[in-house]
Write a protein that binds this ligand. Structure first.
Ligand code: SF4
Length: 261
């Protein structure tokens, strides 16, 4: 009997043969080429500006002092109470706008007692040109009551006590402590925040960071007026949109990469 030899059958079809009809290459249709790109390098991080040396900080504030030995705040007031009220009213409003309203207000209500006698409704009418006047009127009446009931009608002298008053936060406390009581505090408003960051004198993501940074670097001899020098510098020279670097007193010391001198 002849020997029957079985031809070897592969168990599975080769890959090409397994291609289904669906995935089969259609004649004439081009397949998209895979484009292999080189991995992109991460963009270089912006260099951190060099820190100011103590000598540079001293030089900057000496120049501010020479140019304006007794800088004054622009919020009009008659005593610590009216200063407190003016600062509470100034949140999200300009000093000029607040002054226009408080001239008439302080003529009739320059103490907590007189403010209560005026009453919330008439107070509201007097300050209605100031933004958020309804809430602010409510706060001024409430803080006047609290001053009478808890502080003998006087503005207290500690940060915690001032911050406990309705409508008063950290910035209000810093302004009152500095301007009414001569404390070395640093109130950070939008101008001081910008100048601290732009110049790299005290960079920070929050007003508190900038405040603490400025307190760390500014020598005590300048601290009484430093807040006003920086506000005035931001308001009239280091403007938000178009800083006037060409007339800036500290343009050689400023670390801002985009300064125009
Ligand atoms: S040089 Fe220009 S950016 Fe720097 S502090 Fe002066 S005004 Fe501001």
């Amino acid at each position: 009997m002849p020997k029957i030899t079985r031809r070897h059958q592969p168990k599975s079809k080769p890959a090409k043969a397994r291609r289904t009809r669906k995935s089969a290459k259609k004649p004439g249709k081009k397949t998209a080429k895979r484009i292999v790109t080189k991995p992109q390098r991460a963009p270089a991080r912006a260099k951190k500006p060099k820190r100011w040396t103590p000598a540079e900080v001293h030089e900057a504030f000496s120049r501010f002092r020479k140019a304006n030995p007794e800088p004054k705040g622009e919020l009009e007031h008659l005593n610590p109470f009216t200063l407190l009220v003016a600062v509470v009213l100034s949140a999200q409003a300009t000093d000029a706008g607040v002054n226009r309203a408080t001239r008439a207000l302080f003529a009739v209500a320059d103490t907590p007692q007189r403010m209560l006698a005026l009453g919330e409704e008439r107070l509201r009418d007097t300050i209605k040109t100031v933004g958020l006047y309804r809430t602010k009127a409510r706060n001024v009446i409430a803080l006047s009551e609290k001053l009478i009931n808890e502080f003998g009608g006087e503005v207290p002298r500690t940060r915690a006590e001032i911050e406990s008053l309705p409508g008063a936060g950290r910035k209000t406390a810093n302004v009152v402590l500095n301007m009414a009581f001569g404390e070395h505090t640093m109130a950070v408003d939008t101008h001081v925040f910008r100048v601290g960051n732009r110049t790299a004198l005290a960079p920070g993501k929050t007003p508190l960071e900038v405040e603490l940074g400025l307190e760390r670097v500014i020598p005590p001899e300048f601290m009484l007026h430093a807040h006003h020098w920086l506000i005035l510098h931001g308001r009239y020279t280091c403007l938000a949109r178009k800083p006037r670097c060409e007339v800036c007193l500290i343009n050689d010391l400023c670390r801002w990469g985009e300064k125009t001198v």
